[in-house]
Design a protein around this ligand. Structure first.
Ligand SMILES: N[C@@H](CCC(=O)N[C@@H](CS)C(=O)NCC(=O)O)C(=O)O
Length: 253
């Protein structure tokens, strides 16, 4: 496949941008598609202000498409912004939209599900970004507050917030059971017979849950098998190596 001008990923350490980095590495290894990477370190746990020069929200991932690249998806213009009127670069934000952009413009049919798996792939994309991520993010707040509280006050915040974290962790049981029941020998990916966008989407909430110890692998062996398949991929290993840090226990703090 002929490669296109390299897009640039603006990546924040210890962040969900890892799935875009992983996808770009897959494209680099399998399609010889080059990309540029700019890594930003977290400052007191947050994104540095300079990301706001690219997009007003200043969150990562941000994918910058060089001006020479034609945007085949006209809808994207609507969701993108070009803060510098002198450049015609396209800025793409929102992880799932970026993954779709990469799939439509660089991946050929690499991540296109079979006709039979189309609905499953679409379902698990939304499931990962909405259902699962909203639970993991809720738990994360209650888990992180005691962790970032000054040492002296930590027992107080822990006493207040831990019961909420424990209560919300129970909300993971339903989604995990559904996920476990959907994986099989013939459909070992959330996208179905082959890895696809749903699998990239699922990585972040699952990495958070597993790294922070909210996931019991003995109860959900098929999900653990999926996680190991992802982590065993060359592109994933390279992505983690290049990411500048992917420790979701400490978030680099
Ligand atoms: N909905 C966005 C979320 C982006 C987002 O919240 N990114 C986090 C990293 S996990 C971030 O940049 N946080 C830094 C901050 O809020 O200061 C997406 O799907 O890409």
């Amino acid at each position: 496949m002929t490669s296109k001008p390299a897009p640039t990923l603006h990546h924040l350490t210890e962040s969900q941008s890892i799935r875009i980095l992983f996808a770009l590495e897959e494209l680099s290894l399998l399609h010889n598609q080059p990309y540029n990477l700019k890594v930003y370190n977290r400052v007191k746990g947050r994104a540095p202000g300079e990301l706001k020069n690219l997009f007003p929200l200043g969150k990562s991932p941000i994918l910058e498409i060089p001006p020479t690249t034609s945007v085949t998806d006209p809808e994207l213009r609507h969701f993108s912004t070009s803060p510098d009127p002198n450049t015609d670069r396209t800025i793409v934000t929102e992880s799932r939209l970026i993954l779709h952009y990469l799939a439509n413009n660089y991946a050929g049919n690499l991540w296109t599900p079979t006709a039979e798996d189309e609905a499953r792939d679409a379902y698990f994309q939304d499931f990962a970004m909405c259902t699962l991520a909203s639970i993991t993010e809720r738990i994360l707040i209650f888990d992180l507050i005691p962790q970032v509280t000054p040492f002296l006050f930590r027992p107080i915040t822990w006493t207040i917030f831990y019961p909420f974290a424990r209560m919300f962790k129970k909300d993971l049981e339903g989604p995990f059971t559904l996920m476990e029941n959907c994986l099989s020998e013939s459909k070992e990916w959330f996208s179905g017979q082959k890895i696809g966008i749903a699998d990239f989407c699922m990585m972040w909430p699952m990495d958070v849950a597993e790294q922070r110890g909210w996931f019991d692998e003995t109860k959900y062996p098929k999900i653990m098998g999926w996680l190991k398949r992802i982590r065993g991929k060359e592109a994933y290993k390279i992505a983690v190596e290049k990411s500048g840090g992917y420790d979701l226990k400490t978030f680099g703090m």
